[in-house]
Ligand binder design. Structure first.
Ligand SMILES: [Fe+2]
Length: 446
């Protein structure tokens, strides 16, 4: 919904319903991820990379209280003494289990209390005037924040040891994947990257700006487990030619030999998905590889990772109109036939799925399934202004983080756009990340 549309009475009512539904969907997911395990599992740290689940739960509520009840609603803090415990910048994840956190029943009560007050506030909310309210931005930010923590909690579930507690059906295999080309061309020239019109866009996606991108080819689908297995079988992990110096150093020190969840057993690769061990499915996009592994695979294949601008152009640019779409398939919100989003499945769909979600370039699965590592460092767009707080993006800009695009099966449709940018350290493997490769169309632009 545009900011202008929300200035009419009907527009305000429609946005109110949209926000209410999005808040409810996020909370249903949070509850499902925290109600399926016992108190010990909620308070335990399953990996030093992750918070205890009960921290995420109260942190979600604390951020919701700070931004909606206090900043928008002007209300007094409910429990000011707990604010520092749930400040992500004050305590790194590894330290969080040592904090005097709210026990599960109190965390749940706090989250329910905040949500009740937020829904009361929403009843009388206006979506114009202050920038935080325009287009329902503050509500949209909180919806996306909760959904992002739901993805984080799903990663914790993936790292958790013990009997499976989550189930979901696998995606159906695509009917026409076999006839797909390996790569698709994207024409050279200018395109509009980023956005100045998405009401829920975060600061790092803004503003819209023109970028010149020379013509290139990009894989029609993410790289599959079968293709990645060929890289391993060809000695890819033992050949420093394919690795950057930093990547080779990390591969040696961390002892990398395969994606994070893979193991070799009786001559075949097996992996564990949310507590279930199975043969690695060849047609699914490879996942749980770090940037260094993705980059090494691309060199081995005689290719390279796409730049962030190339990825976005392949996903959004429509050569017929010259404009950039909100999503690969058009401007409409994601529907189940477009992309594997929202934890509908607990895994990526086989490569070549979602013909209806293809971009004008013909590339599929750019949205959903697996986050895709790009070649690019996380940097501000020209004209970037931090909003509404510096710690959302600005403090992370620089060469330490690589950009990921497109979202994974664990990303909510409410937290996903063609312009959305994610970032992480190049060594990280616990995230639901894979990649696709690219090549320049001419030697001069290589
Ligand atoms: Fe957070």
């Amino acid at each position: 919904m545009t900011a202008e549309a929300t200035e009419t009475a009907e527009g305000t009512e429609a946005l109110r319903s949209e926000i209410s539904a999005a808040l409810t969907a996020a909370r249903a997911r949070t509850s499902a991820l925290t109600d399926c395990v016992d108190e010990a599992d909620l308070t335990r740290q399953h990996s030093p990379l992750m918070s205890p689940l009960v921290w995420d739960l109260a942190h979600i509520a604390n951020q919701e209280e700070m931004w909606l009840l206090r900043a928008v609603g002007g209300q007094e803090p409910i429990h000011p003494e707990i604010d520092p415990l749930y400040d992500a910048f004050e305590h790194p994840r590894a330290q969080r289990p040592t904090l005097p956190l709210l026990p599960p029943h109190e965390a749940r009560r706090y989250a329910a209390d905040v949500r009740g007050r937020v829904l009361d506030l929403l009843e009388v909310a206006r979506f114009s005037g202050p920038r935080l309210l325009t287009g329902g931005f503050a509500y949209g930010m909180i919806v996306q924040h909760e959904q992002q923590h739901d993805e984080t909690m799903l990663i914790t579930h993936q790292l958790r040891k013990g009997a499976p507690v989550l189930t979901a059906p696998p995606a159906a295999p695509p009917a026409d994947a076999i006839s797909l080309p390996a790569e698709v061309p994207v024409p050279g020239g200018p395109f509009t990257m980023g956005t100045s019109s998405e009401p829920w866009a975060l600061d790092n996606e803004q503003p819209a700006h023109t970028v010149q991108v020379p013509s290139f080819f990009i894989d029609a689908t993410p790289v599959t487990n079968a293709a990645y297995t060929a890289f391993i079988a060809d000695g890819g992990y033992d050949d420093p030619r394919w690795w950057t110096p930093d990547g080779w150093d990390h591969r040696q020190r961390a002892g990398l030999v395969a994606p994070m969840t893979w193991k070799r057993e009786d001559g075949e690769w097996i992996h564990t998905v949310f507590g279930v061990t199975e043969t690695v499915p060849p047609a699914e996009p490879v996942m749980h590889v770090c940037w260094y592994e993705a980059d090494a695979y691309a060199r081995w294949a005689g290719r390279r990772l796409p730049t962030e601008a190339e990825w976005e152009k392949a996903a959004r640019f429509d050569p017929a109109t010259g404009r950039s779409r909100r999503f690969p398939w058009g401007d409409g919100a994601p529907a189940p036939e477009h992309a594997n989003l929202g934890q509908r499945h607990l895994r990526p769909a086989p490569a070549g799925s979602f013909a209806a979600g293809a971009a004008p370039s013909g590339a599929r699965q750019l949205i959903g399934d697996v986050w895709e590592w790009t070649a690019s460092d996380f940097l501000p767009y020209p004209g970037f202004r931090a909003w509404p707080y510096r710690e959302y993006s600005e403090v992370f800009f620089g060469p330490g983080y690589k950009v990921l695009r497109g979202g994974s099966f664990a990303v909510s449709p409410d937290a996903c756009r063609g312009t959305f940018r994610n970032w992480d350290y190049p060594i990280r493997r616990q995230i639901f990340a894979g990649f696709r490769t690219a090549r320049s169309a001419t030697a001069e632009t290589a």
